[in-house]
Design a binder for this molecule. Sequence first.
Ligand SMILES: [Zn+2]
Length: 396
Amino acid sequence: MDSERATCVSCGRAYPAGRQRCGCGEPLWLETDASEYDWPSDDTTGMWRFADLLPVDPPTGLGAGVGGTPLVRTERLDAYAGCRLSVKDETRNPTGSFKDRGSAVGVAAVAERGDQWVGTVSHGNMGMSVAAHAASVGLDCLVFVPEDIPAERHSLIAQYDPELVTVRGSYGRLYEATVDSPLPVEFVNSDSPLRVAGQKTVAFEILEGFAPDAPDAIALPVSSGGNASAVWKALREARTAGLIDDIPRLYLVQAAACDPVATAYRGGADSVTPVEAGDTIAYSIANADPPSGTRALAAVRDTDGAVVSVTDDEIRDAMSVLSSRAGLCVEAASATALAGVRALSASGEVRPDERVVLVATGTGFKEGTGRATDVVSSSIDVDSFESAVRDRIEGS
Ligand SMILES: [Zn+2]
């Protein structure tokens, strides 16, 4: 389906598709008519199963294989989470994060138009993702990263051979400079309409996994607010289509050291004000001035959800529980969601019998486990192999 208009859910104004920001300052959504939509009856897999709701046709290259990630019922996490928890494992996308859904649509749109340049402003996951998708279809790619990110992240992005540029100065100003820019580059940033369109497919996959029921709540980390915006857009479209009766509550989680959306939520504010960012292990969601923060706030209020923040100790604990009790290796930013669900259960906001889906947004394999390296239980000589195994079985 070709979206011809971009609309503002905040003030109702409409523009020709292609524009990213409304005159009111809020990000635009590509208009989607979901009123006649029904679950696909064919067996198309991955995010293109929902191509009728997307602004581009299914692409070639890396984008063809995005989505269709596992929705894992993680019973061993129920006691910790305080509810019946499932994990939507977005780490299984081609570059290890949910960003691939939006990159697939953004890169496909540029390729369909016959243009050559795509770009992004990113701390890590999104830079990798856009560069990888561009490489797979022969587009040129510009990735702008802050000067002060660790060198390992440069090499993760650089392997896909984009023009990688480090930038001094305000990251927020850099982001704004790319929005509705007159430059001949499609910037597929974290809350651009094309990216939001692609990323909404994660929510359709979750809903289809529960159909004809729906989960009680969906929990995810929030940074720019672009992904929260995408999930909210999907929930609204699903409701318009009659696929769900009750909209799941949307819970957004931030690291306490940098939590502008949670601060606005707690204060009952209508819009998000920038904060002074502190250091956190969940660096990939440490956005002090989130461009779609106000949109994220609107999403939780509309769905009767909440925004909470959690400490780095709580994030570390949740990350360890995800790997040791569910076998899931996620980045710290993703573990915030589990820490947040645990806090919401402790406060009575989430009940033990409720079905909650946590979106594991990105893999931990890019950043290590953050644990000590001295983790080997013991050391044996090969001659004592059999007795060593017996000792451990009997001692367990
Ligand atoms: Zn507006």
